[in-house]
Design a protein around this ligand. Sequence first.
Ligand SMILES: [Zn+2]
Length: 287
Amino acid sequence: MKIITDERCAGYSRPGHPERPERILATLELLRRQTELPIEWAEPGRVSDAQILRAHAPELLARLQIPRDFDADTPFYENIAGFARASVAAALDALAAARAGDNVFSLMRPPGHHATRDQAMGFCYLNNIAIATLEAAATGAERVAVFDFDVHHGNGTEAILLNRPGVAFFSIHLHPFYPGTGGANAGKNCFNYPVAPYDPRETYRATLAQSLGDLKKFRPDLVAVSAGFDAYVCDPLVQGVLEVEDSFWLGQSLRAFGVPMFSLLEGGYSRDLPELIFAYLKGVEGK
Ligand SMILES: [Zn+2]
């Protein structure tokens, strides 16, 4: 298992904000201490403006330099542009590693799936998964599936990838819930699987299985995963229902497609996030 990470991504925070440095630091601590899964560590390289601008408006890059909060969830931080670019760079390196045959996970913050073409929102500044998906499509991938199992709808990813040929987006999420989108399919290529709040775990699992079945029918040559762990039963942000073993099952199910795949951390705010990620990685690795 290759993990792309950089401890410096813990270098920004605001008191009380759930998207906090400990998410990464505690996960690093567990992954370094465990002995079940051999890990190859790598630091992210760099990303060009041209790669970012496939997904975003130049105005968003300029806006990231202006020291003013984006919204109540999405503060301005000193050098947030640098942090966001490092997270994108890790996504692009994860894509390259997947193409080279590695099992790979990008353990970085900030997350990305709520960032739209011209707007930072929902703890997200640049859309890591959309940028990596468009990079893949621009460099030879013919059928890229994006699978988003974060409990929130990946509205930014959907908006950026809507009707792009050769790309399909599959999102499973609670609805209605933040950000309010994702109640129905969109365009020709965005498939949404809303689950109602307080639906039982069996329903959530069945919905995940259905979406994975539909993804398989798309016959992707590459799978990009927005791995959010906030559908977990103990997550503080939502009424989630999934257990640790469901993370393992997700990793295992995605592995079973047998095509190159990379995963990027999106949400997940509980104290058990390290265990959820570890379970997922074991599933991906087939352990
Ligand atoms: Zn989320």
